[in-house]
Design a protein around this ligand. Structure first.
Ligand code: HEC
Ligand code: HEC
Length: 327
């Protein structure tokens, strides 16, 4: 029993000595093994009289590059060729485990906005958080883009999407591109191919899809809050849906055209035609923006067909009110 007490003492006492580092205390803490924990050095932004400019932090010597920072391989690091066009294909050998790595990274970084299947239905769409909706990755324009383009979007961001080059390593970005390709394929398999290769009942899938759409429609109606149509409501819907990240109301140009004096005036389209921006045009621009693209603007607006009729009518009333032509 006595031996046990000594043993206890022999283990606890040294523990007391070496523990409690870093507590606020007048004296230096007991720190028997110094390793290199304390040494003379300069902190960030600290002064250093040794140099003429008194800065301890130095620029790299001109004409030098730190080890591992050369990144000469533009195709791999930037996804572009010598002539600055995007590379066609992923710059890494694509294996099954590589795609799975991409899936895991995609689900961490992209799902909040683009949704688990890439259809643009991420959590940001759930509660009017006020985010700019992310497009579906299954639209033809994005399916037909090169791998280098998708890589570049992740690396540099695009318009309202932030860049992810600081959070995601180069290799993981390529892995995500591989997974985006897999997702795109998964949503665009021709019906015959499905029928030939998989044992599924296409009719029942179509039926359940139809039911889902109907259910979503009913939910939309019940959530629309009385169906009132007014300029005031349009204004608050516009801000709840982040329309103003891309559209100004004062005539200035953002990602999209300004709403000032849009209604009732002529609008030149990308395909060379001209239309008058009447209510019908406004409605179509909101629920199916790809149908007519305003001249000189990117085809980047996402369809807002999830909004109820009264919401869309309120938005139209609001946009009308910003025009000198509004009756
Ligand atoms: C914070 C939300 C958000 C996250 C997270 C996000 N995106 Fe986006 N993404 C957007 C938005 C918004 C747009 C549309 C930007 C615009 O057109 O102004 C977009 C656009 C895109 C586009 C289409 C670009 C084009 O040509 O129109 C691709 C491809 C894309 N994102 C891929 C990704 C991938 C891959 C990830 C994960 C690494 C990701 N995004 C993460 C919001 C997000
Ligand atoms: C990611 C940026 C973006 C967001 C967010 C956005 N739009 Fe757009 N919108 C555009 C772009 C770009 C165009 C021009 C290209 C086109 O015609 O599709 C456009 C065109 C339009 C037009 C036709 C304008 C014209 O001058 O012909 C209307 C109307 C419109 N948007 C309404 C809305 C409404 C309402 C919302 C919010 C519910 C919204 N937009 C959100 C980018 C955006």
């Amino acid at each position: 029993m006595k031996a046990f007490k000594y043993l206890l003492f022999a283990t606890i006492f040294p523990l007391v000595l070496i523990s409690c580092r870093g507590e606020k205390f007048e004296n230096q803490p007991v720190h028997p093994n110094m390793n290199m924990d304390q040494q003379n050095r300069f902190e960030q932004q600290e002064e250093n009289k040794f140099f003429a400019d008194n800065r301890a932090m130095r620029h790299p010597v001109e004409g030098t590059i730190a080890r591992g920072k050369l990144k000469q391989d533009k195709q791999y690091y930037q996804g572009i060729n010598k002539d600055s066009s995007f590379v066609e294909e992923i710059q890494v050998d694509v294996t099954k485990s590589f795609i799975y790595r991409g899936k895991e990274r995609y689900e961490v970084f992209c799902t909040p906005c683009h949704g688990i299947s890439g259809d643009g239905n991420g959590i940001i769409m759930a509660n009017n958080y006020g985010f700019v909706p992310a497009p579906s990755l299954h639209i033809d324009r994005l399916r037909n883009q090169s791998d280098g383009y998708i890589y570049s979007v992740i690396t540099n961001g695009i318009r309202n999407m932030p860049a992810y080059n600081h959070q995601i390593s180069v290799k993981d970005r390529w892995a995500i591109v591989a997974y985006v390709r897999a997702l795109q394929r998964s949503q665009n398999v021709p019906e015959e191919e499905v029928r030939e290769n998989y044992d599924v009942d296409i009719a029942s899938i179509k039926e359940s899809h139809k039911q889902k759409l109907a259910k979503a429609e009913a939910k939309k109606e019940s959530k629309s809050g009385g169906g009132e149509v007014s300029i005031e409501r349009g204004k608050s819907i516009a801000s709840a849906n982040a329309c103003e990240s891309c559209h100004s109301t004062d005539g200035s140009r953002l990602v999209g055209p300004t709403w000032k004096n849009l209604y009732g005036n002529e609008r030149a389209l990308e395909n060379g035609e001209t239309v008058v921006a009447d209510e019908e045009y406004l409605r179509e621009s909101i629920v199916e923006p790809g149908a007519k693209i305003a001249k000189g603007f990117p085809p980047s607006m996402v369809p807002y067909d999830h909004l109820s009729d009264s919401k869309i009518n309120s938005l139209i009333a609001y946009i009308k009110s910003l025009s000198d032509n509004s009756e």
